[in-house]
Design a protein around this ligand. Structure first.
Ligand code: FAD
Length: 497
Protein backbone atom coordinates (compact mmCIF):
# COMPACT_ATOMS: atom_id res chain seq x y z
CA UNK A 1 0.00 0.00 0.00
CA UNK A 2 1.20 3.46 -0.75
CA UNK A 3 -0.14 6.89 0.24
CA UNK A 4 0.89 9.78 -1.96
CA UNK A 5 0.04 13.43 -1.39
CA UNK A 6 -1.54 14.54 -4.68
CA UNK A 7 -2.54 18.05 -3.70
CA UNK A 8 -3.42 20.59 -1.04
CA UNK A 9 -4.93 24.07 -0.98
CA UNK A 10 -2.75 27.17 -1.08
CA UNK A 11 -3.46 30.90 -1.09
CA UNK A 12 -4.26 32.01 -4.67
CA UNK A 13 -1.66 34.75 -4.26
CA UNK A 14 0.88 32.02 -4.91
CA UNK A 15 -0.95 30.86 -8.02
CA UNK A 16 -1.22 34.48 -9.26
CA UNK A 17 2.53 34.88 -8.88
CA UNK A 18 3.21 31.71 -10.87
CA UNK A 19 0.83 32.97 -13.58
CA UNK A 20 2.65 36.32 -13.70
CA UNK A 21 6.00 34.56 -14.11
CA UNK A 22 4.64 32.41 -16.95
CA UNK A 23 3.14 35.52 -18.62
CA UNK A 24 6.35 37.50 -18.22
CA UNK A 25 8.34 34.57 -19.57
CA UNK A 26 6.18 34.14 -22.67
CA UNK A 27 5.69 37.86 -23.44
CA UNK A 28 8.81 39.52 -21.94
CA UNK A 29 12.50 38.72 -22.02
CA UNK A 30 13.46 35.40 -20.44
CA UNK A 31 15.83 36.06 -17.53
CA UNK A 32 14.75 39.74 -17.27
CA UNK A 33 14.99 41.77 -14.05
CA UNK A 34 11.20 41.55 -13.68
CA UNK A 35 11.26 37.75 -13.84
CA UNK A 36 14.09 37.64 -11.29
CA UNK A 37 12.06 39.88 -8.95
CA UNK A 38 8.96 37.71 -9.34
CA UNK A 39 10.96 34.53 -8.75
CA UNK A 40 12.43 36.11 -5.62
CA UNK A 41 8.91 36.94 -4.42
CA UNK A 42 7.73 33.40 -5.22
CA UNK A 43 10.62 31.92 -3.22
CA UNK A 44 9.45 33.91 -0.18
CA UNK A 45 5.82 32.72 -0.46
CA UNK A 46 4.85 30.00 2.04
CA UNK A 47 3.55 26.85 0.33
CA UNK A 48 1.12 25.65 2.99
CA UNK A 49 -2.60 25.93 3.75
CA UNK A 50 -1.66 26.90 7.32
CA UNK A 51 -1.67 30.58 6.36
CA UNK A 52 -5.30 30.23 5.22
CA UNK A 53 -6.39 28.57 8.47
CA UNK A 54 -4.43 31.11 10.55
CA UNK A 55 -5.98 34.03 8.63
CA UNK A 56 -9.50 32.60 8.91
CA UNK A 57 -8.95 31.94 12.61
CA UNK A 58 -8.36 35.64 13.11
CA UNK A 59 -11.62 36.66 11.37
CA UNK A 60 -13.56 36.15 14.58
CA UNK A 61 -11.39 38.57 16.65
CA UNK A 62 -9.95 41.09 14.18
CA UNK A 63 -11.59 44.07 12.50
CA UNK A 64 -9.18 43.75 9.55
CA UNK A 65 -10.53 42.53 6.21
CA UNK A 66 -9.91 38.90 5.23
CA UNK A 67 -7.49 39.77 2.43
CA UNK A 68 -5.38 41.73 4.87
CA UNK A 69 -5.45 38.88 7.38
CA UNK A 70 -4.29 36.49 4.67
CA UNK A 71 -1.50 38.89 3.74
CA UNK A 72 -0.43 39.11 7.41
CA UNK A 73 -0.42 35.33 7.76
CA UNK A 74 1.64 34.92 4.59
CA UNK A 75 4.15 37.51 5.82
CA UNK A 76 5.13 35.28 8.74
CA UNK A 77 4.51 31.54 8.56
CA UNK A 78 6.05 31.02 11.98
CA UNK A 79 3.58 33.43 13.54
CA UNK A 80 0.74 31.78 11.57
CA UNK A 81 1.82 28.38 12.93
CA UNK A 82 1.98 29.60 16.52
CA UNK A 83 -1.46 31.15 16.10
CA UNK A 84 -2.87 27.87 14.71
CA UNK A 85 -1.43 25.89 17.60
CA UNK A 86 -2.90 28.25 20.18
CA UNK A 87 -6.31 28.50 18.59
CA UNK A 88 -6.75 24.84 17.55
CA UNK A 89 -5.10 23.04 20.45
CA UNK A 90 -5.03 25.49 23.34
CA UNK A 91 -8.42 27.14 22.85
CA UNK A 92 -10.04 24.08 21.26
CA UNK A 93 -11.34 25.99 18.22
CA UNK A 94 -10.57 22.87 16.18
CA UNK A 95 -12.70 23.61 13.12
CA UNK A 96 -9.94 26.04 12.07
CA UNK A 97 -7.96 22.96 10.97
CA UNK A 98 -10.71 22.17 8.45
CA UNK A 99 -9.54 25.04 6.22
CA UNK A 100 -6.49 22.98 5.22
CA UNK A 101 -7.48 20.36 2.66
CA UNK A 102 -5.49 17.49 1.14
CA UNK A 103 -5.89 15.14 -1.80
CA UNK A 104 -4.33 11.73 -1.28
CA UNK A 105 -3.77 8.89 -3.75
CA UNK A 106 -4.01 5.58 -1.91
CA UNK A 107 -2.87 2.67 -4.05
CA UNK A 108 -2.38 -1.05 -3.50
CA UNK A 109 -4.65 -1.04 -0.43
CA UNK A 110 -6.74 -4.08 0.49
CA UNK A 111 -10.55 -3.90 0.55
CA UNK A 112 -10.32 -4.48 4.29
CA UNK A 113 -8.10 -1.44 4.86
CA UNK A 114 -10.37 0.69 2.68
CA UNK A 115 -13.24 -0.17 5.03
CA UNK A 116 -11.28 1.40 7.90
CA UNK A 117 -10.50 4.43 5.76
CA UNK A 118 -14.04 5.04 4.55
CA UNK A 119 -15.45 4.70 8.05
CA UNK A 120 -14.47 8.37 8.38
CA UNK A 121 -17.50 10.35 7.29
CA UNK A 122 -16.15 13.88 6.93
CA UNK A 123 -14.15 13.13 3.81
CA UNK A 124 -14.61 12.39 0.10
CA UNK A 125 -13.65 9.13 -1.60
CA UNK A 126 -13.63 7.76 -5.13
CA UNK A 127 -12.67 4.13 -5.30
CA UNK A 128 -11.87 1.78 -8.19
CA UNK A 129 -15.02 -0.23 -8.83
CA UNK A 130 -14.79 -4.04 -8.90
CA UNK A 131 -17.93 -3.88 -11.03
CA UNK A 132 -16.33 -1.90 -13.86
CA UNK A 133 -12.68 -2.95 -13.61
CA UNK A 134 -11.48 -6.55 -14.13
CA UNK A 135 -9.43 -7.69 -11.11
CA UNK A 136 -5.92 -8.81 -11.97
CA UNK A 137 -5.24 -11.21 -9.10
CA UNK A 138 -3.34 -8.74 -6.93
CA UNK A 139 -3.84 -9.31 -3.21
CA UNK A 140 -2.19 -8.25 0.05
CA UNK A 141 -0.56 -10.61 2.58
CA UNK A 142 -0.45 -8.90 5.99
CA UNK A 143 2.40 -9.23 8.49
CA UNK A 144 0.08 -10.91 10.98
CA UNK A 145 -0.45 -13.82 8.56
CA UNK A 146 3.25 -13.96 7.62
CA UNK A 147 3.97 -14.52 11.32
CA UNK A 148 1.66 -17.55 11.47
CA UNK A 149 3.65 -19.42 8.82
CA UNK A 150 0.39 -19.97 6.93
CA UNK A 151 1.15 -17.40 4.24
CA UNK A 152 1.50 -19.98 1.46
CA UNK A 153 -1.80 -21.60 2.32
CA UNK A 154 -3.42 -18.17 2.58
CA UNK A 155 -1.98 -17.19 -0.82
CA UNK A 156 -3.18 -20.44 -2.36
CA UNK A 157 -6.71 -19.79 -1.16
CA UNK A 158 -6.62 -16.22 -2.51
CA UNK A 159 -5.25 -17.43 -5.85
CA UNK A 160 -8.02 -20.05 -6.00
CA UNK A 161 -10.55 -17.27 -5.35
CA UNK A 162 -9.19 -15.27 -8.30
CA UNK A 163 -9.30 -18.42 -10.46
CA UNK A 164 -12.89 -19.00 -9.40
CA UNK A 165 -13.63 -15.33 -10.25
CA UNK A 166 -12.26 -15.86 -13.77
CA UNK A 167 -14.26 -19.11 -14.18
CA UNK A 168 -17.45 -17.45 -12.97
CA UNK A 169 -16.92 -14.54 -15.37
CA UNK A 170 -16.80 -17.06 -18.22
CA UNK A 171 -19.94 -18.85 -17.01
CA UNK A 172 -21.82 -15.60 -16.40
CA UNK A 173 -20.78 -14.03 -19.71
CA UNK A 174 -22.31 -17.05 -21.50
CA UNK A 175 -25.36 -16.84 -19.24
CA UNK A 176 -25.87 -13.19 -20.24
CA UNK A 177 -25.45 -13.86 -23.96
CA UNK A 178 -28.82 -12.22 -24.68
CA UNK A 179 -27.77 -8.79 -23.39
CA UNK A 180 -25.61 -6.32 -25.41
CA UNK A 181 -21.93 -7.27 -25.46
CA UNK A 182 -20.88 -3.92 -23.94
CA UNK A 183 -22.93 -4.61 -20.79
CA UNK A 184 -22.19 -8.33 -20.54
CA UNK A 185 -18.73 -7.98 -18.94
CA UNK A 186 -19.93 -5.54 -16.28
CA UNK A 187 -22.90 -7.80 -15.51
CA UNK A 188 -20.61 -10.84 -15.20
CA UNK A 189 -18.05 -9.03 -13.02
CA UNK A 190 -20.78 -7.59 -10.79
CA UNK A 191 -21.57 -11.12 -9.58
CA UNK A 192 -18.25 -12.95 -10.04
CA UNK A 193 -16.51 -10.49 -7.69
CA UNK A 194 -18.48 -11.97 -4.77
CA UNK A 195 -15.79 -14.69 -4.55
CA UNK A 196 -12.88 -12.21 -4.35
CA UNK A 197 -11.06 -11.94 -1.02
CA UNK A 198 -11.02 -8.84 1.15
CA UNK A 199 -7.24 -8.99 0.67
CA UNK A 200 -7.83 -7.90 -2.95
CA UNK A 201 -6.02 -4.63 -3.63
CA UNK A 202 -7.67 -1.47 -4.90
CA UNK A 203 -7.05 2.25 -5.16
CA UNK A 204 -8.89 5.30 -3.94
CA UNK A 205 -8.64 9.09 -4.27
CA UNK A 206 -9.32 10.81 -0.94
CA UNK A 207 -9.99 14.44 -0.06
CA UNK A 208 -9.69 15.28 3.63
CA UNK A 209 -9.10 18.28 5.81
CA UNK A 210 -6.40 18.47 8.49
CA UNK A 211 -8.89 17.85 11.31
CA UNK A 212 -10.16 14.62 9.72
CA UNK A 213 -6.56 13.65 8.88
CA UNK A 214 -5.59 13.93 12.55
CA UNK A 215 -8.60 11.87 13.66
CA UNK A 216 -7.85 9.27 10.99
CA UNK A 217 -4.21 8.88 12.00
CA UNK A 218 -5.19 8.58 15.65
CA UNK A 219 -7.86 5.96 15.02
CA UNK A 220 -5.61 4.05 12.58
CA UNK A 221 -2.85 3.92 15.21
CA UNK A 222 -5.44 2.23 17.43
CA UNK A 223 -6.22 -0.48 14.86
CA UNK A 224 -5.50 -4.18 15.35
CA UNK A 225 -4.59 -4.47 11.65
CA UNK A 226 -0.99 -3.62 10.80
CA UNK A 227 -2.02 -2.49 7.30
CA UNK A 228 -4.35 0.12 8.83
CA UNK A 229 -1.57 1.32 11.14
CA UNK A 230 0.75 1.55 8.13
CA UNK A 231 -1.83 3.62 6.24
CA UNK A 232 -2.07 5.90 9.30
CA UNK A 233 1.68 6.42 9.48
CA UNK A 234 1.90 7.09 5.73
CA UNK A 235 -0.95 9.64 5.84
CA UNK A 236 0.74 11.26 8.84
CA UNK A 237 4.05 11.36 7.01
CA UNK A 238 2.49 12.98 3.93
CA UNK A 239 0.56 15.73 5.71
CA UNK A 240 2.57 16.62 8.80
CA UNK A 241 5.38 18.41 6.96
CA UNK A 242 2.78 20.54 5.11
CA UNK A 243 0.72 21.50 8.18
CA UNK A 244 2.86 20.86 11.29
CA UNK A 245 0.75 23.29 13.33
CA UNK A 246 -2.55 21.49 12.62
CA UNK A 247 -1.78 17.85 13.45
CA UNK A 248 -0.94 16.99 17.05
CA UNK A 249 -2.94 14.23 18.76
CA UNK A 250 -2.15 11.06 16.83
CA UNK A 251 -1.10 8.59 19.52
CA UNK A 252 -3.19 5.48 20.16
CA UNK A 253 -4.94 5.37 23.52
CA UNK A 254 -4.53 2.09 25.40
CA UNK A 255 -7.66 2.99 27.40
CA UNK A 256 -9.82 2.26 24.34
CA UNK A 257 -8.54 -1.34 24.08
CA UNK A 258 -9.04 -1.80 27.78
CA UNK A 259 -12.63 -0.51 27.63
CA UNK A 260 -13.35 -2.75 24.62
CA UNK A 261 -12.08 -5.83 26.48
CA UNK A 262 -14.15 -4.87 29.52
CA UNK A 263 -17.26 -4.52 27.32
CA UNK A 264 -16.61 -7.92 25.69
CA UNK A 265 -16.55 -9.45 29.21
CA UNK A 266 -19.77 -7.66 30.18
CA UNK A 267 -21.44 -8.77 26.94
CA UNK A 268 -20.44 -12.38 27.65
CA UNK A 269 -21.87 -12.15 31.20
CA UNK A 270 -25.11 -10.55 30.05
CA UNK A 271 -25.65 -12.63 26.90
CA UNK A 272 -24.11 -16.07 27.43
CA UNK A 273 -25.82 -17.72 24.43
CA UNK A 274 -25.42 -16.36 20.91
CA UNK A 275 -28.44 -16.79 18.63
CA UNK A 276 -27.15 -16.98 15.10
CA UNK A 277 -30.17 -17.14 12.84
CA UNK A 278 -32.49 -15.01 14.90
CA UNK A 279 -32.17 -11.79 12.94
CA UNK A 280 -33.89 -10.93 9.69
CA UNK A 281 -31.75 -9.47 6.90
CA UNK A 282 -33.23 -6.02 7.54
CA UNK A 283 -35.01 -5.13 10.75
CA UNK A 284 -36.39 -1.74 11.74
CA UNK A 285 -35.25 -1.17 15.32
CA UNK A 286 -36.83 2.23 15.84
CA UNK A 287 -38.76 4.90 13.99
CA UNK A 288 -40.00 8.34 15.02
CA UNK A 289 -43.28 8.03 16.94
CA UNK A 290 -44.56 11.48 16.04
CA UNK A 291 -42.28 12.10 13.06
CA UNK A 292 -44.83 13.28 10.51
CA UNK A 293 -46.51 15.83 12.81
CA UNK A 294 -43.12 17.14 13.96
CA UNK A 295 -41.93 17.53 10.36
CA UNK A 296 -45.11 19.31 9.30
CA UNK A 297 -45.12 21.52 12.40
CA UNK A 298 -41.52 22.44 11.56
CA UNK A 299 -42.53 23.33 7.98
CA UNK A 300 -45.35 25.59 9.32
CA UNK A 301 -42.98 27.03 11.94
CA UNK A 302 -40.65 28.12 9.13
CA UNK A 303 -43.48 29.64 7.14
CA UNK A 304 -44.65 32.09 9.80
CA UNK A 305 -43.96 33.58 13.21
CA UNK A 306 -45.65 30.83 15.25
CA UNK A 307 -43.90 29.08 18.08
CA UNK A 308 -43.17 25.43 17.40
CA UNK A 309 -45.67 24.25 20.02
CA UNK A 310 -48.41 26.41 18.45
CA UNK A 311 -47.67 24.89 15.04
CA UNK A 312 -47.62 21.40 16.56
CA UNK A 313 -51.00 21.91 18.28
CA UNK A 314 -52.50 22.92 14.91
CA UNK A 315 -50.98 19.87 13.20
CA UNK A 316 -52.25 17.54 15.93
CA UNK A 317 -55.82 18.49 14.97
CA UNK A 318 -55.30 17.21 11.42
CA UNK A 319 -55.95 13.66 10.27
CA UNK A 320 -52.97 11.49 9.31
CA UNK A 321 -53.91 11.78 5.63
CA UNK A 322 -54.14 15.59 5.84
CA UNK A 323 -50.71 15.75 7.51
CA UNK A 324 -49.23 13.53 4.83
CA UNK A 325 -50.85 15.58 2.06
CA UNK A 326 -49.53 18.87 3.46
CA UNK A 327 -46.01 17.45 3.69
CA UNK A 328 -46.37 16.38 0.04
CA UNK A 329 -47.71 19.82 -0.94
CA UNK A 330 -44.64 21.46 0.56
CA UNK A 331 -42.60 19.53 -2.04
CA UNK A 332 -44.42 20.39 -5.26
CA UNK A 333 -41.19 21.95 -6.60
CA UNK A 334 -39.16 18.77 -6.11
CA UNK A 335 -36.97 17.41 -8.94
CA UNK A 336 -35.29 14.01 -8.86
CA UNK A 337 -31.97 15.73 -8.08
CA UNK A 338 -33.34 17.84 -5.18
CA UNK A 339 -33.17 16.91 -1.52
CA UNK A 340 -36.44 16.83 0.38
CA UNK A 341 -36.90 19.56 2.99
CA UNK A 342 -34.53 19.76 5.94
CA UNK A 343 -37.58 19.44 8.25
CA UNK A 344 -37.61 15.73 7.35
CA UNK A 345 -34.29 15.38 9.17
CA UNK A 346 -36.27 15.62 12.40
CA UNK A 347 -37.34 11.97 12.05
CA UNK A 348 -34.70 9.20 12.19
CA UNK A 349 -34.92 5.47 11.54
CA UNK A 350 -32.62 2.80 12.94
CA UNK A 351 -32.08 -0.54 11.20
CA UNK A 352 -30.29 -3.73 12.06
CA UNK A 353 -28.94 -5.20 8.83
CA UNK A 354 -27.13 -8.42 7.98
CA UNK A 355 -25.35 -7.92 4.70
CA UNK A 356 -22.52 -9.08 2.45
CA UNK A 357 -19.15 -7.29 2.31
CA UNK A 358 -20.14 -6.17 -1.17
CA UNK A 359 -23.38 -4.53 -0.02
CA UNK A 360 -21.56 -3.09 3.02
CA UNK A 361 -18.99 -1.46 0.71
CA UNK A 362 -21.87 0.55 -0.76
CA UNK A 363 -23.88 1.21 2.40
CA UNK A 364 -20.87 2.66 4.22
CA UNK A 365 -20.48 5.36 1.58
CA UNK A 366 -23.60 7.17 2.83
CA UNK A 367 -22.09 9.68 5.21
CA UNK A 368 -25.05 11.50 6.74
CA UNK A 369 -25.76 8.47 8.87
CA UNK A 370 -24.55 6.52 11.89
CA UNK A 371 -23.07 3.16 11.05
CA UNK A 372 -22.07 0.76 13.82
CA UNK A 373 -20.39 -2.45 12.70
CA UNK A 374 -19.54 -5.91 13.98
CA UNK A 375 -16.67 -7.93 12.52
CA UNK A 376 -17.46 -10.32 9.67
CA UNK A 377 -18.99 -13.49 11.07
CA UNK A 378 -18.65 -16.75 9.13
CA UNK A 379 -21.64 -18.13 11.06
CA UNK A 380 -23.86 -15.65 9.19
CA UNK A 381 -23.21 -17.47 5.92
CA UNK A 382 -22.61 -15.93 2.51
CA UNK A 383 -24.71 -14.03 -0.04
CA UNK A 384 -24.85 -15.95 -3.30
CA UNK A 385 -25.70 -13.77 -6.30
CA UNK A 386 -28.92 -15.17 -7.86
CA UNK A 387 -27.36 -15.06 -11.35
CA UNK A 388 -24.57 -17.42 -10.22
CA UNK A 389 -27.23 -19.86 -9.06
CA UNK A 390 -29.24 -19.49 -12.29
CA UNK A 391 -26.08 -19.94 -14.39
CA UNK A 392 -25.31 -23.22 -12.54
CA UNK A 393 -22.27 -21.70 -10.86
CA UNK A 394 -23.33 -22.63 -7.31
CA UNK A 395 -20.93 -25.55 -6.96
CA UNK A 396 -17.93 -23.36 -7.85
CA UNK A 397 -19.23 -20.56 -5.64
CA UNK A 398 -19.84 -22.77 -2.62
CA UNK A 399 -16.44 -24.43 -2.97
CA UNK A 400 -14.79 -21.00 -2.89
CA UNK A 401 -16.86 -19.98 0.15
CA UNK A 402 -16.10 -23.17 2.05
CA UNK A 403 -12.39 -22.90 1.34
CA UNK A 404 -12.31 -19.28 2.50
CA UNK A 405 -14.29 -20.10 5.65
CA UNK A 406 -12.03 -23.07 6.49
CA UNK A 407 -8.90 -20.95 6.00
CA UNK A 408 -10.45 -18.22 8.15
CA UNK A 409 -11.00 -20.70 11.00
CA UNK A 410 -7.45 -22.01 10.63
CA UNK A 411 -6.06 -18.49 10.79
CA UNK A 412 -8.13 -17.65 13.89
CA UNK A 413 -6.50 -20.64 15.62
CA UNK A 414 -2.97 -19.60 14.63
CA UNK A 415 -3.06 -15.80 14.86
CA UNK A 416 -2.00 -14.08 18.07
CA UNK A 417 -5.05 -13.14 20.21
CA UNK A 418 -4.69 -9.40 19.45
CA UNK A 419 -4.23 -10.07 15.74
CA UNK A 420 -7.22 -12.27 14.91
CA UNK A 421 -8.82 -9.42 12.92
CA UNK A 422 -6.33 -10.27 10.15
CA UNK A 423 -8.17 -13.56 9.47
CA UNK A 424 -10.84 -11.50 7.67
CA UNK A 425 -8.45 -10.88 4.74
CA UNK A 426 -9.30 -14.33 3.41
CA UNK A 427 -13.06 -13.78 3.61
CA UNK A 428 -14.83 -12.73 0.45
CA UNK A 429 -17.19 -10.05 -0.79
CA UNK A 430 -19.98 -12.59 -0.15
CA UNK A 431 -19.25 -13.07 3.56
CA UNK A 432 -21.58 -11.30 5.91
CA UNK A 433 -21.61 -9.03 8.93
CA UNK A 434 -24.22 -7.31 11.04
CA UNK A 435 -24.47 -3.53 11.22
CA UNK A 436 -26.71 -0.93 12.79
CA UNK A 437 -27.55 1.93 10.45
CA UNK A 438 -29.37 5.06 11.49
CA UNK A 439 -30.39 7.87 9.17
CA UNK A 440 -33.00 10.59 9.02
CA UNK A 441 -35.86 10.62 6.50
CA UNK A 442 -34.07 13.19 4.32
CA UNK A 443 -30.91 11.07 3.98
CA UNK A 444 -32.96 7.89 3.57
CA UNK A 445 -34.85 9.52 0.69
CA UNK A 446 -31.51 10.39 -0.93
CA UNK A 447 -30.24 6.85 -0.25
CA UNK A 448 -33.35 5.43 -1.88
CA UNK A 449 -32.96 7.72 -4.92
CA UNK A 450 -29.50 6.22 -5.57
CA UNK A 451 -29.84 2.71 -4.25
CA UNK A 452 -33.38 1.75 -5.32
CA UNK A 453 -32.64 2.97 -8.82
CA UNK A 454 -32.39 0.64 -11.83
CA UNK A 455 -28.63 1.39 -12.06
CA UNK A 456 -28.03 0.38 -8.45
CA UNK A 457 -26.29 -2.93 -7.81
CA UNK A 458 -28.85 -5.68 -7.01
CA UNK A 459 -27.63 -6.54 -3.48
CA UNK A 460 -27.74 -2.99 -2.09
CA UNK A 461 -30.94 -2.38 -4.11
CA UNK A 462 -32.68 -5.31 -2.36
CA UNK A 463 -31.52 -4.07 1.04
CA UNK A 464 -32.49 -0.46 0.29
CA UNK A 465 -35.91 -1.66 -0.86
CA UNK A 466 -36.53 -3.54 2.40
CA UNK A 467 -35.32 -0.60 4.50
CA UNK A 468 -37.50 1.91 2.69
CA UNK A 469 -40.55 -0.38 2.82
CA UNK A 470 -40.17 -0.72 6.60
CA UNK A 471 -39.61 3.01 7.07
CA UNK A 472 -42.57 3.85 4.80
CA UNK A 473 -44.86 1.46 6.70
CA UNK A 474 -43.86 3.20 9.95
CA UNK A 475 -44.05 6.80 8.68
CA UNK A 476 -45.59 7.06 5.20
CA UNK A 477 -45.68 10.85 5.33
CA UNK A 478 -41.91 11.13 5.86
CA UNK A 479 -40.97 8.58 3.25
CA UNK A 480 -43.44 9.46 0.49
CA UNK A 481 -40.77 10.77 -1.92
CA UNK A 482 -38.44 7.82 -1.41
CA UNK A 483 -37.93 5.84 -4.63
CA UNK A 484 -35.20 5.19 -7.19
CA UNK A 485 -34.41 8.01 -9.66
CA UNK A 486 -36.05 5.96 -12.39
CA UNK A 487 -39.37 5.91 -10.48
CA UNK A 488 -39.34 9.56 -9.44
CA UNK A 489 -41.58 11.04 -12.19
CA UNK A 490 -44.18 8.33 -11.62
CA UNK A 491 -44.12 8.77 -7.84
CA UNK A 492 -44.56 12.53 -8.16
CA UNK A 493 -47.45 12.02 -10.57
CA UNK A 494 -49.13 9.63 -8.10
CA UNK A 495 -48.72 12.08 -5.23
CA UNK A 496 -50.09 15.09 -7.02
CA UNK A 497 -52.67 13.66 -9.39
C1 FAD B 1 -24.77 3.55 -9.30
C2 FAD B 1 -23.65 3.98 -8.41
C3 FAD B 1 -22.33 3.71 -8.76
C4 FAD B 1 -21.29 4.12 -7.93
N1 FAD B 1 -20.00 3.84 -8.30
C5 FAD B 1 -18.97 4.24 -7.51
C6 FAD B 1 -17.61 3.99 -7.89
O1 FAD B 1 -17.32 3.40 -8.92
N2 FAD B 1 -16.63 4.41 -7.06
C7 FAD B 1 -16.91 5.08 -5.91
O2 FAD B 1 -15.99 5.45 -5.19
N3 FAD B 1 -18.18 5.32 -5.52
C8 FAD B 1 -19.21 4.92 -6.29
N4 FAD B 1 -20.51 5.18 -5.89
C9 FAD B 1 -20.74 5.82 -4.57
C10 FAD B 1 -21.04 7.31 -4.73
O3 FAD B 1 -19.96 7.96 -5.34
C11 FAD B 1 -21.32 7.95 -3.37
O4 FAD B 1 -20.16 7.94 -2.58
C12 FAD B 1 -22.40 7.27 -2.59
O5 FAD B 1 -23.49 6.97 -3.41
C13 FAD B 1 -22.88 8.17 -1.43
O6 FAD B 1 -23.77 9.14 -1.92
P1 FAD B 1 -23.58 10.69 -1.85
O7 FAD B 1 -22.15 11.04 -2.01
O8 FAD B 1 -24.53 11.34 -2.79
O9 FAD B 1 -24.07 11.17 -0.46
P2 FAD B 1 -24.14 10.75 1.08
O10 FAD B 1 -22.83 10.43 1.63
O11 FAD B 1 -25.25 9.77 1.25
O12 FAD B 1 -24.58 12.15 1.69
C14 FAD B 1 -25.89 12.69 1.46
C15 FAD B 1 -25.79 14.10 0.92
O13 FAD B 1 -25.03 14.90 1.84
C16 FAD B 1 -24.24 15.83 1.12
N5 FAD B 1 -22.83 15.55 1.41
C17 FAD B 1 -22.33 14.54 2.14
N6 FAD B 1 -21.00 14.68 2.27
C18 FAD B 1 -20.67 15.79 1.58
C19 FAD B 1 -19.43 16.46 1.33
N7 FAD B 1 -18.28 16.03 1.83
N8 FAD B 1 -19.47 17.58 0.60
C20 FAD B 1 -20.63 18.06 0.09
N9 FAD B 1 -21.83 17.46 0.29
C21 FAD B 1 -21.84 16.35 1.03
C22 FAD B 1 -24.59 15.66 -0.36
O14 FAD B 1 -25.66 16.53 -0.66
C23 FAD B 1 -25.07 14.23 -0.40
O15 FAD B 1 -25.93 13.98 -1.48
C24 FAD B 1 -21.57 4.79 -6.70
C25 FAD B 1 -22.89 5.06 -6.36
C26 FAD B 1 -23.93 4.66 -7.18
C27 FAD B 1 -25.34 4.95 -6.76
Amino acid sequence: MHVHLAGFNVDTQLVDLIRQIIDEHSHGTPGSKRITELLQKLAEEPITPETLSAAYARISRSSKGIRELRRDARASVNRARRSNETIVFELGHSSIAEHAVFNLDITGASRLVLEALEAHRLASYTEASQRYIPMSGDFFVPDEILKTGLEWEFSEVCQAQFKCYADLIEILTKFHSEIPESERDVKAREDARYVLPLACRGQVGVTINARTAEQMVRSFNQSHLSEVRLMGSQIHEEVRSIVPSLIRYVEADSGIDLADREMARSAYDLIPVIEINSTAEVELISSPTDGESIALASILFQSGKYSFSQAKRAVDKLSHIETQQLIANSHTYLHSFDSVRRDLELGSFTFSITLSASAFAQLKRHRIASLITQDYDVELGCTEPPNIKDANGSVLFNEAMNRATEMYKKLIEKLKPKETAAASYVLTNAHRRRVIFQANARELTHFSRLREDEYAQWDIRNIAHKMIELARDACPGLMQFACGKDQFAERKQQLFS
